[in-house]
Design a protein around this ligand. Structure first.
Ligand SMILES: Nc1nc2c(c(=O)[nH]1)N[C@H]1C(S)=C(S)[C@@H](COP(=O)(O)O)O[C@H]1N2
Ligand SMILES: [Mo]
Length: 208
């Protein structure tokens, strides 16, 4: 089987307890949002910033995009290798001055309707985190988070990055909140491990 060969050839690529799939499942808590409208869509940015920002879809979509090839690892134990995405990096938005941080910005909460998740700023500005607009050369479909999703994945030849489970990227992303202290997101409040390191199998918080 194709998957098995791929898996055997890449033994250090599959985190413990994961199973390789050859497709990207659709997974979310609750429903798929209906009625997202690009005219009224905004990406709101607030918290530890010099001034809050609200970007229209046209403004956001005009920002320079990069491409990334990522291995995705879901806490429900499926993984998918070599997924191709493009989008905007948070790092580039900071460098371009689109977002001006205060020195106490340490964490970032990604907000979507009915969902949130948080990561340290250093992980959100790393190469393996993307504000993704395209999957496999096409606009992300609604079920995968159109028009914008936070996305975190592993880059197998860049092992110095911290690799976290896929819930640490919000589909239908519409807000970035910079915070000084960490704030738990939706799954983190329900007992998922806040760090979510795929290599350490940090699926659930210790006290569960
Ligand atoms: N807004 C939102 N984003 C979300 C989720 C969710 O429930 N709501 N689930 C997360 C989880 S657990 C996974 S595995 C991925 C699934 O992304 P996919 O449906 O594109 O495979 O989205 C993540 N982002
Ligand atoms: Mo997941």
């Amino acid at each position: 089987m194709v998957e098995e060969n791929k898996q055997l050839a890449n033994e250090d690529r599959l985190p413990p307890g994961q199973k390789l799939l050859d497709k990207l499942p659709v997974l979310q808590y609750g429903g798929i949002p209906q009625g997202i409208d690009l005219e009224s869509w905004r990406l709101r940015i607030w918290g530890c910033v010099k001034a809050p920002v609200s970007l229209t879809w046209k403004e956001f979509d005009a920002l320079p995009k990069v491409e990334r090839t990522l291995d995705l690892h879901c806490v429900t134990r499926w993984s998918n290798y070599d997924t191709h995405w493009s989008g905007v990096t948070l790092q580039s938005m900071l460098e371009a001055g689109v977002i001006e941080l205060l020195p106490n910005a340490n964490y970032v909460v990604q907000h979507a309707a009915g969902y949130s998740t948080s990561l340290p700023l250093a992980q959100m500005t790393a190469e393996n985190f993307l504000l993704a607009t395209h999957y496999e050369g096409e606009r992300i479909t609604l079920e995968h988070g159109w028009p914008l999703r936070g996305l975190t994945g592993a880059m197998p030849d860049q092992a110095h990055h911290k690799d976290v489970y896929l819930w640490k990227g919000a589909k239908w992303l519409n807000g970035l909140e910079f915070t000084e202290a960490d704030k738990l997101g939706f799954w983190e409040r329900s007992g998922y491990h806040n760090e979510a390191d795929v290599w350490k199998e940090q699926r659930f918080a210790e006290n569960l």
